[in-house]
Design a binder for this molecule. Structure first.
Ligand code: CA
Length: 233
């Protein structure tokens, strides 16, 4: 049973004040908003009616936000669901950890609600740039990407990628042999308005390679410049 795709944003946060603040700003920007106060409710809500995006706090009273994220990523129907992670851990947390956990973006508390709205819009713009009726299939060796269906497989085995990882892979595959700088990739995949961290691109490439397994070597590091997709190696 695949969930119905909704247009709303699901805010997962047990601190009611913060949840309401986020709701207020998102609604003012024109989004429909639902709130889940714990991890169980969040997973149930996603299963019932899949949101367009999830704002997910890491510190929840029952299941950890990281586990909620993992479960969403493990389920094929929701694997590409955009997730903006919130964390209070700040300094303790390496900046790349949010991405390692499968978030499309993340913010550290305390955050500016206006910036949160901007980031939500940026993530959604990236995911709506995809054309659902596009039937393009791109192949390289054992790697097959079905662009319209948002499916990736290596030697016939499906690989679950986040929305951002998928966009990055498709962008690289569409220009095989061309070297892309990190700045160029940030512009093309994340968008000009993305407020990125230095290691955003590297972290995503690392995750992507790990998931691609034997097909990882298609993505080549060009020292001091950036990355390039190779059809063969
Ligand atoms: Ca919390």
């Amino acid at each position: 049973m695949s969930p119905k795709i909704g247009q709303h944003i699901l805010v997962v946060e047990d601190e009611a004040d913060i949840a309401e603040l986020v709701r207020y700003h998102l609604e003012r920007a024109g989004f429909g908003v639902r709130i889940a106060l714990n991890g169980e409710d969040a997973l149930r809500a996603v299963e019932t009616q899949c949101p367009a995006l999830i704002v997910l706090d890491l510190m929840l009273p029952d299941i950890e936000g990281t586990e909620v994220c993992r479960q969403i990523r493990r389920t094929p129907e929701t694997a590409g669901l955009p997730i903006l992670m919130l964390t209070a851990r700040g300094e303790e947390m390496d900046r790349g950890v949010g991405f390692e956990l499968g978030a499309d973006d993340y913010m550290t508390k305390p955050f500016s609600p206006r910036e949160l709205v901007l980031r939500v819009k940026a993530i959604l713009r990236r995911s709506t740039r995809r054309h659902p009726d596009e039937e393009e299939q791109i192949r390289a060796g054992d790697l097959t990407v079905d662009v319209g269906a948002h499916r990736v497989s290596v030697q016939g085995t499906p690989i679950a990628l986040t929305a951002t990882e998928f966009d990055l892979l498709v962008f690289l595959m569409r220009s095989p042999g061309k070297v892309h700088t990190r700045d160029g990739l940030l512009d093309a995949v994340w968008g000009h308005d993305y407020i990125g961290y230095d290691r955003t691109v590297d972290t995503h490439v690392r995750r992507l390679r790990k998931k691609l397994g034997t097909a990882a070597e298609h993505i080549e590091t060009v020292r001091g410049v950036g990355y390039r997709f190779r059809r063969d190696w």
